[in-house]
Ligand binder design. Sequence first.
Ligand SMILES: Nc1ncnc2c1ncn2[C@@H]1O[C@H](COP(=O)(O)OP(=O)(O)OP(=O)(O)O)[C@@H](O)[C@H]1O
Ligand SMILES: [Mg+2]
Length: 337
Amino acid sequence: MPQHDAASLLDRSPEMTGAEMAASLVPPRQFDGATLESYRPDPDFPSQAEAVQKVRAFAEALTGGGGGGRGLFGRRKGPDAKPGIYLDGGFGVGKTHLLAALWRLAPGRKYFGTFIEYTALVGALGYAQAVQLMSGASFVAIDEFELDDPGDTMMMTRLLGELAATGTRIAATSNTPPNALGEGRFAAVDFLREIQALSERFDIMRIDGLDYRRRDVEGHAVAVADDEIEHGLAAFTGPTTIDDFDALLRHLSRVHPSRYVRIVEGLAAVGLRGVHTLTDQADALRFVAFVDRLYDEQVHVVASGVPLDQVFGDEMLAGGYRKKYLRAISRLIALTN
Ligand SMILES: Nc1ncnc2c1ncn2[C@@H]1O[C@H](COP(=O)(O)OP(=O)(O)OP(=O)(O)O)[C@@H](O)[C@H]1O
Ligand SMILES: [Mg+2]
């Protein structure tokens, strides 16, 4: 039987210029329809309706109040009005949905990206140029805010300070409240001053709730046999790929995570052979970043081996990146069903 020439993810290793990275700072396609009206607050968790209200008020200040000007009835905004809003909450409670809705409401020049995308932009352009590019924007949205190391911490503290000083308003989402950022990842206690300065820029809103994705999805990732992958992929219209899990991991180690979006762009589904439990943290974190991009682009996964909701070992789930792994699992369940 002639071997099918299924495409491979390994042939997709794109370069991205700083200008292309800047142009890609918009919400992922998945959130094209995300508005404040399409967000359905769960009555069991009042913080959801409160979050919508806060986001709406923030949006109104952006459109009405201008750069720190007057609000309704010419009342000056209080001196303690913060430049930012920070949505902290569990997986799938709609933080990114609200952030994308807010971005859409913001007037003028605005950016939307994940924390990783902003750090990559600074890496590609250099700090001064990245600031120059973003300064003067009315609004900057930072999804999945996190601090992985001292370098990020110093850079973000400075960047947000400069943007806020020139009137840019900021919104961020995270699975971690600002005062706990960095915990278990690096010696965050040595950076309390920076982390405190960061968190003071934001009005913090905690959103509780259940994972919305699980409202209509089975609770487990589906795995198939090796020889069923092609059949599984045939159910999707559009380009698909097949790769060995280990080969994908090696590939991911050679591409910067900010470019993973280019690896998965335009695909309907990816096949992965021989998934196994990960034991190396760097592999696991890269795989998380890859899953995020699959999820944003709504690229489905057909996989053999260990079910993907068991890809992170117990030891990893107990460590400082626990929430990240749990979120990836929630996404993998959605993508394999
Ligand atoms: N209350 C809601 N009403 C309508 N749609 C929702 C609601 N909550 C979540 N969704 C939808 O569910 C999906 C998951 O939500 P979203 O990605 O915004 O969650 P999240 O809080 O950012 O999760 P994560 O922590 O995994 O990033 C999205 O498609 C979003 O539009
Ligand atoms: Mg999100």
